[in-house]
Design a protein around this ligand. Structure first.
Ligand code: GLN
Length: 240
């Protein structure tokens, strides 16, 4: 593969998938909004660069970066060894877990109990990988958590939740905070179980091999955390 230039780009061209509240969603004005969007705009502002947001399917994000149509991804994207072959990851800006969304009366309490069950996921996510029986986790600690499940893949997590309500799937495996947002709207019918499969670290994906760019983004993430801006954004989008 070609060697990237080590240079901060003139503009941040950022891919996201605005179907993942509270990190990114479409607001009333049909514009992407959320914690991630606020973070990347703040990073761009501090770097003195314009920020353009491109909304696309989650599973298309890495490919868009490889073909240089974007130079950053902020999408609640978990740093994984496989993705790291195609992109560089910034320092982590958020740590979370997978959640299992279930009908209220379900007896399931662990991912391992989803063996052989029908699971709804958002295509290309860590929830998809785990449900599909891929090894999950870092290095030697990576292991298969769910075996022999029938995985139904959706472009939007919210549609997987619809199928759970209809009874077409037995569970939805998705990141914890987004699960909370979806279940809030269906609190009478659904519940959440957290099986800590291992922490997931959300990072900004950046053009592979561009060290100057990654260092600059990391510097801004650090500054945003240190001066209280991070906590303000967290209070506004996540803890509210
Ligand atoms: N954190 C998960 C992943 O990286 C889900 C992200 C998402 O659906 N936006 O695959």
């Amino acid at each position: 593969s070609k060697k990237a230039e080590s240079k901060v780009p003139d503009k941040l061209i950022v891919g996201t998938n605005a179907e993942f509240p509270p990190f990114e969603y479409m607001n009333d004005k049909k514009q992407p909004e959320g914690f991630d969007i606020a973070m990347i705009k703040e990073i761009g502002k501090r770097m003195g660069k314009k920020v353009e947001i491109k909304n696309m399917e989650f599973k298309s994000l890495i490919g868009a970066m490889e073909s240089d149509s974007i130079n950053a991804i902020i999408a609640g994207m978990t740093k994984t060894e496989k993705r790291e072959k195609a992109v560089d990851f910034s320092d982590s800006y958020y740590t979370t877990n997978q959640a299992i969304i279930l009908k209220k009366d379900s007896k399931i309490t662990k991912l391992a109990q989803l063996d052989g069950k029908k699971i709804g996921v958002q295509e290309g996510t860590t929830g998809d990988l785990i449900s599909s029986g891929d090894k999950f986790g870092d290095g030697k600690k990576a292991k298969v958590l769910v075996k022999g499940a029938k995985v139904k893949r959706f472009k939007k997590g919210v549609d997987a939740v619809m199928d759970l309500k209809n009874g077409s799937v037995d569970a939805v495996v998705i990141d914890e905070l987004t699960a909370n947002e979806f279940v809030k709207k269906n609190a009478k019918k659904l519940k959440i179980v957290i099986d800590s499969a291992g922490s997931e670290y959300y990072c900004i994906a950046l053009t592979k091999g561009n060290t100057a760019y990654k260092e600059e983004v990391n510097k801004q993430i650090k500054a945003i955390k240190e001066d209280g801006t991070y906590d303000k954004l967290k209070a506004k989008y996540i803890d509210s």
